[in-house]
Design a protein around this ligand. Sequence first.
Ligand code: ATP
Length: 512
Amino acid sequence: MEDLFKKLTSHCKEYGFIYPSSEIYDGLSAVYDYAPNGVELKNNIKTYWWKSMVQMHQNIVGLDAAIFMHPKTWKASGHVDAFNDPLVDNKDSKKRYRADQLIEDYLDKLEAKISKEVEKARAKFGASFDETLYRATNPRVVENKTKQDQIQKRLTDAMTSGDMAELKKIIEDCEIVDPDTGSRNWTEVRQFNLMFNTQLGNIAGEEGKLYLRPETAQGIFVNFLNVQKTTRQKIPFGIAQIGKAFRNEIVARQFIFRMREFEQMEMQFFVKPGEEMQWYEYWKEKRMNWHLALGTPASKYKFHNHENLAHYANAAVDIQFDFPFGFKELEGIHSRTDFDLKSHQELSGKKLQYFDTEANENFIPYVVETSIGCDRMFLAMLSNAYCEEEVPDAEGEASQRVVLKLHPAIAPIKCAVLPLLKNKPELVDKARTIFDELKFSFLCQYDDKDAIGRRYRRQDAIGTPYCVTIDFDTLSDETVTIRDRDTLKQERIPISAIEQIISEKIAWKNLF
Ligand code: ATP
């Protein structure tokens, strides 16, 4: 899997998906630029999310709030006081880690030990294997499970109460070592605020202190009444937003999985207090279906309930994805109660209440949020799509291909238009005419460089679902060959049918 991760990162660079930021100056840690194919894929992911949220729901509307917000926003939201990660340094390696993540990795290792033991027993006992009984009685499994539960509880308690000394104690008790060097020489655990800050105009000091938003949600909360009034929405209704967020992450070593500047797609759904759990369940299912509609196998996803609830939530679950480095959070679904609206109301002195005309009463709505990182979704899609394959009936270099089996709706380029030979003006002219016609419908690429096999390989590597080849028959019978990326099948079709075949395959409708 690590090998796959390395291959993916270099594929991203080589085929124009992602570059390190300011690379000529050796890059900037945990900041990346989206390259020409990357920006297309990312835009398509955003479009898919936006359409499924806003276009498909009459009661969800969009918003694009500014990144900078009044500094009091972050006081009210709790980010100034509580948006901290517990960090710990290793004195020998001088490396910095998140204490909670070191402990979670340790818990994952215990889980892996248990699973290994169970799988061994399954192989040994075959059909008669009773997993529940085995888990409850095998001494090694029971011992590891007890240890795991105890540490999980201590971690949850320490994180909830902000007890840094206890986190250090857990690290010591579990004899956790620096993953890089094996050293156990740790500093104390300290709180570290993740918000970047800057200064407004020429106002010095605290007065002019501005933060780069660490989540897009607050722009939605402070606009809640504006939106409700101007769109005349009735509860339940939602506000959706896509935008940049910034976090000064302590550990940022996993490519675009953990960045310091990233993009979120968030939707806050405002509901009647008491109805939030029903909507929480609704959005859990809806969001999982959104992922599965892209054709990714269900085994790549799982729900992970939060043991350790954030200060604002009364229920929270992650949709985890099987990334090349294991199952990790891709999206969060949180029941945020009325925490945010209530704190903004208190600090601003402005009412943020909804008037329910039927019940003839005012109340502060509860909020269920769905929050997904666009960059993590990008990484999930790439790692799921990346395939190395043998090509049947091909020889030499052409017998192997790397193909990105992206869903056609999100693939960066939809169709490549390829004249069979570059030095035949009649083929080139015809190909250009076809390209100029198709470009109005979807993103196409014209390519006449190198042998046709090579051009196919290039399109496979960026996930183009269709290649259209113009040859001498085209000139006499107005047909082309259309090649399917996944089946490698080539069919002869009339030029006039290209647009419709491709449009049907890439239609957003197929996903809803
Ligand atoms: P983690 O525990 O991995 O730090 P989080 O629980 O802090 O994530 P949320 O605050 O719930 O994340 O943010 C919502 C979503 O935003 C996440 O599910 C993730 O997809 C994305 N996200 C959060 N932090 C980052 C980051 N540093 N880089 C890229 N995406 C991120």
